[in-house]
Design a protein around this ligand. Sequence first.
Ligand code: FRU
Length: 434
Amino acid sequence: TSLALATTLAVSALIPVQAEVTETTVNWTREQVSKIELNEDNTLPYLDISKLEKFTEDYHIWDSWPLTDRDGNIASIKGWKVLFALSAPNDVLPGKVHDIATIRYFYSKNGKDWTLGGTLFPEGASLGSREWAGSAMTDDGKIHAFYTATGHRGQEPLTFEQRLAMATGDIVVDSKGVRFENWGDHKIILEPDGKYYQTREQALQGEGGGYAFRDPMWFKDPKTDKEYILFEGNSGGAVGDRTFKQEYAGSTEYTSENPVPAGAVHANGNIGIAEVVDGDPSNLKMLPPLLEANYVNEELERPHIVVKDNKYYLFLDTHINKYAEGLQGPEGLYGFVSDTLIGGYEPLNESGLVLANPPENPYQAYSWLVLPNLNVVAFAHFGDIGDMSIDDIGHQSEEYQFEHFGGTLPPTVKLSIKGDTTKIVKEFSPGWIK
Ligand code: FRU
């Protein structure tokens, strides 16, 4: 027996202890991105925006999201659907729109003809100096409105600090339409921790590279009934702290043919997730990111999940110019699929690309959001903005002036999904929500 024991000890000393699998964050790799190809299943039809009717005369609008119920289905409030959108008066310069973004809402009985209701919040109530994208959920006659509080009220000059915020109010429906009243206090519900999610201070320590902590999206997991907020972030740490890991790039076969340029270190986009504690949407427990694109892409925007056939479909938007050095991809909607909410995500269509603008109009639309029935809403650029996207312009100043500029809603498109492949199957009228 002593020999047997000695052998066991000797053998176990040789076998490394299998580390408990706690790594749940998935990488979107350079190798996967290198497989991006535009084809008829993912490329949007060319849109002649001059023929598009403006969604509203007085405002540019861009990111939009419908009111949902707690389970994520599109809500019907006494027969009314509600759509929220970032907006700015249409007479401001393009460079300004992100600096004064305000959430406005529209309501409709048929999900097609929308009436502007006004601003979501009363003037001066929201946190931040402007409101960026979020989501909204209704339960028991209340609205829980999530948004990004960007900057700080009254601050000069403006900063890009981003915090996740929310407020709860009452939904009122009468013969005049839909409105929101009796708002409670606005609360900051999540800020970056510096470990999983980069803080603004860390972002400022490295030149270039992204900083995002925004776009809170409500999600209830139908398999477990647990509730979450997904958001857009960047991996924690300053640029100098980030060391390359092979798993960011893919296989060694791939990297031996395609070495990773040093400049790729600036890309560190991720998709964040936080769990709702005790059913209170303002009480969140931060979790490690669902997905990271280190050395791959610096902005994974407006993340959201649709559950279909017992699988989790995770979607995000990104821009042409947010890919890391050495990689290319279109302005597009990208997606991943997994059998579990956390971990296991594989890119759809091998590369992740789900919807791309047509090459002849690369900045045609942006900010796609996949609804539970696989209809996809987005916004289109109204007018000629050259080769820039609305986000680039937003981060520039008044020096960029485009006469015919604005955002409006493009045709809604319908996706079909089979396992890990997707396809555009249909187009509906602009802003159509079923
Ligand atoms: C996407 C986006 C969002 C952000 C908003 C700001 O178009 O960049 O991530 O909340 O625009 O205008």
